[in-house]
Design a protein around this ligand. Structure first.
Ligand code: UN1
Length: 507
């Protein structure tokens, strides 16, 4: 476990950072590895009063930070990206060991942090506003973007570094502070990331800009969402959690950026390249053990391709090496915990009860030796009717529902008939079908791809989805606008005072 010491993780660690590490007065808890169920280290949670200090220090730091020119803020983020590059390997290993994704994906997750840091550096010189033609003579109008304040970032276990980085790197160049409430299932990755990024900011007294408060919902998440010193709460997790956060933040007229559940489908038409479709479905459904919000959960396959694609999928699933995520030959590591295994079993039972046929997998696997006590399962393929109720739900596990469709019309209707709207994809060689899938009458998701899968988005695009997915957009494109406040200014450089809309008032 050299990576733990390389990242400064000790046997007992504070998860309360306000520019300096605080005692961590909340109830201590352990971070367990899903690889073998073993305790990795103890974490001392942030108490409610520590959160108060973290919030006020972040806010104070923000008041100074907002005056630093944006390109200079970008310079700090550039240096964070450099340290992340240097620490990519131990960080990737920690992600892999703490949440169970395979090392290749753990490394990919840190690469995603580096990529967004690079993006944010460029952005720091491109926080463009507008100039607008005024209807009044000798007037000019413009729109500028200003820093917002401290952003509360609540993240899930499955992307324990990258989702924070999407938020933090943009927020920092936008002139904001960030206070992070990570998942209690992945606190060590959060501690390591905070240590690395705070060090870059510390030289100039800006370390409180990256506050960390890992603790219970009562002590941390709820007070953060209620606190007007957080003009923006960015939350990633279940739709249930997002609904609760959204209501509390809306009640105080704060802003929310929500990234919630997905129920992502790949549509595969008869004219598709089945080799490509196969690989995309495999990565989308089995990658990260089905624990991405972008995981492929439904395969809507046209009648003429179903038998062949099922055959190839069954052969491919049979070859999936399940085991230690840190071993290079492994393709699928464990689920995050015992609860996740149980939820998968419950979903499979519901699928059976609703007429689904389990084509393969679903079994719980007890591995021995170093992996005894880990939460391993076999990925499942279930052939099912689309009107089975279970298909409406996101189960955070590797279950792929295969649904036969007659044509593109039926595919699109069924595709959009679930409450969630995150990611989607179509495999076809027909440009008309592809464009229709991407059109206003096509996929209703925030992400819609052609001839590639539902997961593994690049950071350059805006990431997020519609309906029960929450409507937020993070990461690339113009997502940065969520982290700033917009100001419209009209400047009168003449010596009369004409009113807009041609109104005469007392003259
Ligand atoms: C998530 O699962 O919360 O597109 C994020 C993807 C990754 C991000 C997933 N880049 O699959």
């Amino acid at each position: 476990m050299d990576f733990l010491s390389e990242l400064g993780i000790q046997d007992s660690n504070s998860a309360a950072f306000c520019g300096t590490w605080m005692p961590g007065e909340g109830a201590p808890f352990d971070s367990f590895s899903p690889v073998n169920g073993k305790r990795i280290a103890t974490v001392r949670a942030a108490s409610r009063s520590e959160l108060e200090t973290i919030t006020s220090k972040a806010h104070e730091a923000f008041l100074r930070w907002r005056e630093v020119p944006a390109p200079r803020r970008g310079e700090y983020v550039r240096r964070m990206g450099e340290v992340l590059r240097a620490k990519k390997e131990p960080l990737g290993r920690l992600v892999s060991y703490e949440v169970g994704k395979i090392l290749e994906e753990g490394r990919g997750e840190i690469q995603e942090c580096i990529d967004i840091a690079d993006f944010a550096v460029g952005l720091s010189r491109q926080l463009y506003g507008l100039t607008i033609a005024s209807e009044r003579p000798q007037h000019s109008m413009r729109e500028t973007w200003h820093p917002l304040g401290a952003v509360g970032v609540i993240t899930a276990f499955n992307f324990p570094a990258a989702v924070w980085a999407w938020n933090a790197m943009l927020a920092l160049v936008c002139g904001d502070a960030v206070v992070w409430k990570p998942s209690e299932k992945a606190p060590l990755t959060a501690i390591a990331m905070t240590k690395i990024c705070a060090e870059v900011l510390a030289e100039d007294g800006f370390a409180p800009l990256v506050g960390l408060a890992c603790g219970s919902n009562e002590d941390v998440a709820i007070p953060m969402t209620e606190d007007a010193r957080y003009p923006l709460i960015s939350a990633t997790g279940s739709t249930r959690m997002g609904r609760a956060v959204g209501q509390v933040v809306a009640a105080r007229l704060g802003r929310c950026l929500l990234e919630l559940g997905g129920n992502n489908a790949i549509v595969c038409l008869e004219d598709a390249d089945l080799d490509m479709a196969l690989r995309a479905v495999l990565f989308g459904a089995v990658g990260t053990a089905g624990q991405r919000c972008t995981t492929t959960r439904r395969l809507l396959v046209q009648k003429g391709a179903r038998v062949e694609l099922e055959r190839r999928l069954l052969a491919a699933y049979d070859q999936v090496a399940i085991g230690d995520p840190l071993e290079s030959s492994t393709l699928m590591g464990p689920l995050i915990d015992h609860d996740a295994v149980e939820q998968m079993q419950r979903a499979l039972q519901a699928a059976r009860d609703q007429g689904g046929e389990i084509l393969c997998g679903g079994d719980v696997i007890e591995l021995s030796g170093d992996l005894a006590g880990g939460h391993y399962v076999k990925p499942a393929i279930v052939r099912i009717r689309h009107d089975a109720e279970i298909v409406q739900h996101e189960t955070f596990a590797p279950i792929l529902y295969v649904i036969e469709i007659a044509d593109l019309d039926e595919a699109m209707r069924l595709h959009n008939s679930v409450p969630q709207g995150l990611s989607s994809a179509i495999f076809t060689a027909d440009v008309r079908a592809a464009e229709r899938f991407l059109s206003a009458i096509g996929s209703d998701c925030g992400i819609a791809n052609v001839n590639l899968g539902t997961s593994g988005a690049e950071i350059g695009g805006a990431f997020g989805g519609e309906k029960d997915t929450g409507g937020g957009r993070e990461s690339g494109s113009d997502s940065w606008k969520a982290y700033m406040r917009r100001q419209t200014s009209t400047i009168n450089w003449g010596s009369t005072l004409p009113l807009a809309q041609g109104i005469h008032f007392g003259d």
